[in-house]
Design a protein around this ligand. Structure first.
Ligand SMILES: Cc1cc2nc3c(=O)[nH]c(=O)nc-3n(C[C@H](O)[C@H](O)[C@H](O)COP(=O)(O)OP(=O)(O)OC[C@H]3O[C@@H](n4cnc5c(N)ncnc54)[C@H](O)[C@@H]3O)c2cc1C
Length: 397
């Protein structure tokens, strides 16, 4: 039985994309986060403490396997529920949002999408149950936006794939048990071709961790380097078909963009909610017209966040209904992250000294939201993706 009795009302207009079960799920998430995360997040963030104990507790609720079928340890919910959950986790705490987005969307989803039955039983079930954490290694020191330029390579020695190279900026590095990693298996093929996907366990011989990144935000989430020095990966850990990895990684990012958009939305919402509470505390609401200068920015920010929410929820629904949703995800992520940056920037100024306080909801959301313009394809890359989709079908004869 939850100790939290009254949840604050939602600040944004009701979305008719939500069914009653989505409203119930949001209420359940909010109640849980209000009780277990909101009272403690700032302490973890200030000390850069990875929330192992919180994640263990969240696993009991099923939250680490939201979109995966129940028979594989998940909750069996839809992509809209996942987007809403990442929004709520991020609203409570940005670091929790990115940890969960990486664990579910990047470290586990590819195994669900392209793994064989044995891989799903061995890796997906403990990930979905939250017994283990997952990570995703695509980015390399010299291959970020241009991930087709991957240098990490894998050669088959008859029983094992031998991996050499490095992955940079991996979320959940050191904390995850398994990582879905890209490596070139056929260097003779062109850029982007000849890349395969592998499931790599942290204890495989030749695997180690490099430096931990010292980030301006999301400080309790671990981000680091994965190193492969003749790392021995069993033949059966090739994920999907050899040479198809690039396609899998790009498709994974299409979905990841919806969750990163949801993260941005949650961060913007958190800062707005805190500002609304402050304004109510100052009694400005008594005479709205006299304090128009104080209230108009909140109205503008709420309107932009409401538009971002519709785009994200719509992209999540489209992902479950249609084969093509690349453009929906890229648009939602680009728009929501720009809105979140604008909102948090304005709200830090709006709250002045309180806004600048380290680990206030304002300053932390401002720092954390910046990631959303970079991760899962920077916003420049999202625009390239959107433009490419716009032009499809209109090629000259
Ligand atoms: C907190 C955090 C967590 C992350 N987690 C993960 C993870 O779990 N796994 C993972 O694999 N990666 C992860 N990343 C890496 C992230 O995906 C990359 O940082 C991102 O793809 C950009 O790559 P880059 O940093 O190498 O920048 P670059 O690719 O070097 O880009 C530098 C700048 O050039 C611009 N640019 C590049 N190419 C173009 C172009 N064609 N047109 C226009 N502009 C262009 C970019 O937009 C950017 O502004 C994470 C990053 C951060 C910050």
């Amino acid at each position: 039985m939850s100790a939290v009795k009254h949840l604050p009302p939602d600040l944004l207009p009701d979305s008719h994309l939500l069914k009653p079960e989505h409203h119930e799920f949001r209420a359940r998430l909010r109640r849980y986060l209000a009780e277990h995360v909101e009272p403690v997040w700032a302490e973890y963030e200030a000390h850069e403490r990875f929330p192992r104990d919180i994640l263990k507790d969240m696993a009991k609720e099923g939250f680490l396997g939201i979109p995966f079928p129940k028979e594989y340890g998940g909750m069996g919910l839809d992509s809209l529920s996942l987007a809403m959950a990442i929004e709520e986790f991020s609203r409570a705490w940005g670091s929790l949002g990115i940890i969960m987005a990486a664990h579910i969307g990047l470290g586990s989803s590819p195994i669900w999408n392209w793994g064989n039955e044995e891989q799903k039983r061995k890796y997906l079930v403990p990930l979905a149950r939250g017994e283990r954490m997952g990570g995703y290694g695509l980015t390399e020191p010299q291959a970020g936006s241009d991930s087709g330029a991957t240098k990490t390579n894998a050669r088959f020695d008859g029983t094992h794939w031998i991996l050499n190279g490095a992955k940079a900026w991996c979320t959940n590095a050191t904390e995850a048990f398994s990582y879905v990693v890209s490596a070139v298996t056929d260097g003779d093929k062109g850029k982007g071709s000849g890349i395969s996907a592998f499931i790599v366990e942290k204890d495989f011989p030749g695997f180690s961790f490099g430096k931990k990144e010292d980030k301006m935000g999301l400080r309790a989430s671990a981000t680091g380097v994965l190193l492969f020095d003749n790392c021995k990966v069993p033949a059966e850990n090739l994920l999907g078909e050899e040479g198809q990895g690039f396609k899998y990684f790009m498709k994974t990012l299409d979905g990841g963009r919806i969750t990163i958009g949801a993260m941005a939305l949650g961060l913007g919402y958190a800062a707005l909610e805190e500002a609304v509470k402050a304004v109510v505390g100052e009694n400005y609401t008594k005479d709205l017209w006299a304090h128009e200068y104080k209230l108009a920015p909140l109205a503008e920010i709420a309107t932009e966040l409401a538009a971002a929410r519709q785009m994200i929820y719509n992209a999540a629904i489209t992902k479950d209904l249609q084969p093509r949703w690349t453009q929906d995800g890229a648009m939602a992520k680009w728009f929501a992250s720009e809105v979140a940056m604008r909102a948090t920037d304005r709200l830090v100024t709006y709250m002045a000294e309180r806004g600048l306080e380290m680990n206030s909801k304002f300053s932390s959301a401002f720092r954390d939201a910046k990631l959303c313009t970079i991760g899962e394809g920077t916003n420049e890359i999202c625009r390239v993706v959107i433009a490419r989709e716009l032009l499809k079908g209109y090629q000259p004869a």
